[in-house]
Ligand binder design. Structure first.
Ligand SMILES: Cc1cc2nc3c(=O)[nH]c(=O)nc-3n(C[C@H](O)[C@H](O)[C@H](O)COP(=O)(O)O)c2cc1C
Length: 236
């Protein structure tokens, strides 16, 4: 079978891990695969915190309510939606384009797109500008086919979480392909974990914590259940 498909079909949420060390090389391969996931405007609005030092890991596992995957994992990867980095990312992509041999026309085009793109993100004081944008778009929508923009911080986090989640899935499949196993978790105290990692209350929200390690023989794989395809998919 195709190896990518094999890793996808093999992946399970693992509840007990053996204490193995993940080499820096493997860690880098996994994180590199994660960040190759597609993202909205290529803004990559997320960060990963790879928690592996015993003291930090124990504390993070405690904040995951001591769940067994967290307590036994070799590392905990905290995936964070980041709505504060879009400007820096856009600028850094432009700087890269200038050194990577892109034509002046391409660079100017990208610069123009980045400048107009900021209207997508700006929410203004207390989200007033975001609400105004939404109202105008809603009115225009009566006449025109168009999409919507994220409104307020919650809308921005929803936007960032989509890209962050795709990166998380890439990370889990890459780990599987490299002979490791994972368990995604949303059972954690987000405020305390955020404080432990020094996250910004304004720009950051933890999307999930991924326990990563080597499946233990003590883990029992229950049969994997999914709804019938017809309940999930509609072919029109
Ligand atoms: C967003 C998300 C949050 C989850 N949270 C937890 C969790 O807190 N603890 C846990 O043991 N498993 C958690 N899981 C794992 C699911 O329970 C598991 O993926 C599901 O039961 C299907 O099992 P499978 O992944 O082995 O097919 C989570 C999965 C996702 C995608």
């Amino acid at each position: 079978m195709n190896q990518i498909l094999e890793a996808i079909l093999q992946r399970r949420a693992i509840k007990v891990f053996d204490p193995v060390e993940i080499s820096p090389d493997t860690r880098e391969q996994i994180l590199h695969a994660a960040r190759l996931a597609p993202s909205s405007f290529n803004i990559q609005p997320y960060r990963f915190y790879w928690v592996e030092t015993p003291q930090m890991k124990n504390e993070a596992a405690r904040l995951c309510f001591g769940q067994s995957p967290a307590a036994t994992a070799s590392a905990l990867v905290v995936a964070v939606a980041d709505i504060g980095s879009w400007k820096a990312t856009t600028e850094s992509e432009l700087a890269w384009m200038r050194t990577a041999g892109f034509s002046e026309t391409k660079i100017a085009e990208h610069d123009r797109r980045a400048k107009s793109g900021k209207w997508f993100f700006i929410q203004g004081w207390f989200g007033v500008f975001g609400l105004l944008k939404w109202t105008i778009l809603r009115a225009l929508h009566f006449w025109k086919t168009m999409g919507t923009l994220p409104v307020a911080r919650q809308g921005m986090f929803k936007w960032a979480t989509k890209s962050a989640s795709l990166a998380c899935q890439n990370l889990m499949i890459a780990a599987e392909a490299l002979g490791l196993n994972t368990c995604p978790m949303e059972g954690f105290d987000g405020r305390r974990l955020g404080r432990l990692l020094g996250l910004s209350g304004k720009y950051h929200e933890i999307v999930m914590v991924i326990a990563i390690g080597k499946k233990s023989a003590r883990h029992v794989d229950h049969p994997q259940w999914r709804r019938p395809l017809a309940a999930t998919v509609r072919i029109v």
